[in-house]
Design a protein around this ligand. Structure first.
Ligand SMILES: [Fe+2]
Ligand SMILES: [Fe+2]
Length: 329
C-alpha cells in the first residue's frame, strides 16, 4: 500500500468508526455493548498508523481519535461522573496504545535499517575484496590492461558525474570500467601480447573477453548493473558491436558511458600494438565514431569535458612557466 492509500484508509476508518459510534444507541443495554466495541475500534487505525508511520503516526491518529471521541462524552453522557471517568480512561488508552505501538514500530524500523546498513557494508567489503583480487590477477597477467582499466575508470567516473548520474550509478560505472577487460585473463598470451596485427581467428578469441568477464564477475552478488555494463562494453551504438549486437538504448547506459571513455583511453594509451594518439587527434578519430560506435550525445559531453580539462592544464602550465620566467628574470 502506498503512502496516500494508507492515509486515505486511516481517514476513512476514523470517519466510519465515529459515525457508527455516535449513531449506536446508549440507552438500550442489548445494544450498548456494540456501542462500546465501536468505541474500542479506534485502536485499529491507531495501531495501523503506528505500524506504518512510527511514533509520530501512532500519536497523531491517537490524538485524532481523542478529538473525535471527546464530544461524545460531553454530549451523550452529561452529568455522569463515573461514566466520564471511564470514557477518559478509554481516551488515555488511545494515547497509550499510540505511544507504545509507535515506539515499538519506530524501534523495529531503526533496527531493520541498521541491519540493512550492516549487510550493505559487509557486501561492499566482499565486493571490494573480490575486485582487488581480480585487479591483482590482471596486474600479474597483463599490466597494460590494468593501467588502461584504471584510466578508463577515472574517465568514466568523471563523465558519469558530469552527466549528473546518482552516486550509486557513478560507482557502478567506475567499477564496470575498472573490470571491463578482466575477461582478457582468459585470452592466450601469444594473442593478448602479440605486437603485430591479429588474424581474424585471433580477433575472434579476443572478442570473447566481455563474455568471459561476465562469467568471472557473475558470482559476485549485488553488482548486476556492473556485470551488464561489462558484458556490453563492446556493443556499438548502431548495433554492429558484440557479443549481442545491441543497438542504441538497448545497450545498458553504463556500457555506453564506458565505451566512450574506453575508446579515448585505448587511443591515447601507449599500447604494444599501436602508437598512442595525441588528445586532439584522438578526439577527431572519435568524432568519426559518434553515432556509429559511440552514443553521439555522450561523445559531445566527453569532448567538452576533455577540452575543458586540457585548456585548464594548459593555462595552469603557462601560468607556472610565466612565474618561473619572472623569477629567473
Ligand atoms: Fe574490452
Ligand atoms: Fe578496454
Amino acid at each position: 500500500m502506498k503512502g496516500a492509500s494508507k492515509t486515505l484508509f486511516l481517514a476513512l476508518s476514523l470517519t466510519l468508526i465515529t459515525v457508527v459510534h455516535y449513531t449506536t444507541r446508549t440507552d438500550d443495554p442489548h445494544i450498548y455493548f456494540v456501542h462500546v466495541i465501536f468505541a474500542n475500534l479506534y485502536l485499529v487505525p491507531i495501531v495501523f498508523s503506528a505500524y506504518w508511520f512510527g511514533l509520530l503516526g501512532g500519536l497523531l491518529v491517537a490524538a485524532a481519535s481523542v478529538i473525535l471521541y471527546a464530544p461524545h462524552v460531553i454530549l451523550q453522557w452529561p452529568g455522569s461522573a463515573m461514566d466520564r471517568a471511564s470514557q477518559a480512561g478509554t481516551m488515555a488508552l488511545f494515547l497509550l496504545v499510540g505511544l507504545a505501538a509507535g515506539h515499538l514500530s519506530s524501534m523495529e524500523k531503526r533496527e531493520r535499517l541498521r541491519a540493512e546498513r550492516a549487510e550493505a557494508r559487509s557486501q561492499r567489503r566482499a565486493i571490494a575484496t573480490a575486485i582487488t583480487t581480480l585487479e591483482q590477477a590482471l596486474k600479474v597477467r597483463d599490466s597494460y590492461t590494468r593501467k588502461h582499466s584504471e584510466r578508463t575508470a577515472t574517465l568514466s567516473m568523471a563523465l558519469a558525474k558530469r552527466l549528473g548520474l546518482h552516486e550509486a550509478e557513478c560507482e557502478a560505472i567506475w567499477l564496470a570500467a575498472l573490470m571491463h577487460d578482466v575477461g582478457k585473463i582468459g585470452v592466450r598470451d601469444d594473442i593478448l601480447l602479440k605486437p603485430e596485427q591479429l588474424t581474424d581467428k585471433e580477433m575472434e578469441m579476443v572478442r570473447k573477453h566481455p563474455v568471459i568477464a561476465e562469467q568471472i564477475l557473475k558470482p559476485i552478488k549485488g553488482i548486476e548493473p556492473v556485470v551488464a555494463a561489462v558484458r556490453a562494453h563492446h556493443e556499438n551504438y548502431d548495433g554492429t558491436g558484440y557479443p549481442l549486437g545491441l543497438k542504441g538504448e538497448q545497450i545498458p547506459f553504463g556500457a555506453q558511458v564506458l565505451a566512450v571513455a574506453d575508446t579515448f583511453s585505448a587511443l591515447t594509451d601507449d599500447r604494444i600494438y599501436h602508437r598512442h594518439e595525441e588528445v586532439g587527434e584522438a578526439l577527431r578519430t572519435m568524432e568519426t565514431m559518434a553515432g556509429n560506435k559511440l552514443n553521439p550525445r555522450l561523445f559531445d559531453e566527453f569532448k567538452e569535458m576533455i577540452t575543458e580539462t586540457v585548456s585548464e592544464v594548459d593555462s595552469q602550465q603557462s601560468y607556472e612557466s610565466g612565474t618561473h620566467e619572472n623569477r629567473n628574470g
